[in-house]
Design a protein around this ligand. Sequence first.
Ligand SMILES: [Zn+2]
Length: 293
Amino acid sequence: MPGCRLPYLRPLTALACGALALGCTVPSRTSSAAEAPVATVPVPPPVPPVRPDALKPPAVAEPAPAAPAAPGKGSGADGVVEQGKPEMPTPPPVPPGRPAELSGPGALALKVVPPDDTACRIRLKRLGAEFEELSPIAEGQCTAPLPLKVTKLADGIALPQGATLTCRAAEALARWVTEAQVEAERVLKHPLTGLELGGTYVCRGQNHDIDAKLSEHAFANAIDVMGFAFGGRASMPVKVFPEQSDEAQFLGSVRSKACGFFRTVLGPGTNAAHANHLHLDERERTAGHRLCE
Ligand SMILES: [Zn+2]
């Protein structure tokens, strides 16, 4: 292969010669006839082009320096901020303690202040009644805060079994029997000496129905009179007697007078549940309404 001489290409590198596939050599400055060895020029590595700005990754924001702690928070007693010290976690709020009177079985005890029965008891004594005070009654919804056990009424009329009553019901009974005493002597010509009671305080619903509204008996506010006892003649049960008989006249008279002392009066003819007794109670109704049947 014949060589070539390209003196005007001296500045070119050997790489250029190779790329041109000329198979030439770069002549030395001091070219001479003698072929001198040619020194190769080292080629710097290619430098990549500069990356356009549009292709540069977004700059990562520097984390903001921590703000200094607010005065008074995280600082010592002298106001110097204590850096690097973790805050103590705030405990959850604790509810206030339950008052002792609202805890335990005592919380369910009767808290209603009972009415003052002092004047009623004075009147009951002046009517000639004998009675004693009982402990408050509290059986579920059946209550009587100031019950009395009455054993005798005016004119010595006895209540052999005793009657557990509120003072109000006992006073109504005592006043009513004074009227019954007058009727016994007027109609039957024999003195009234006692009442046969079927029940006073009983914790039950009306007409013994457990699903019914509570009876006034559940509040010691009612009396069931089963019969009358007299001096010198046989006792009289409460029932339907032949018309025009002394018994029918006596029963009709005392039943009618009971409506002047009790708010509720029921008996034979009212319904089957009252065919054999007089039911007397002091149930309060709106506008003072009374039930006299
Ligand atoms: Zn009754």
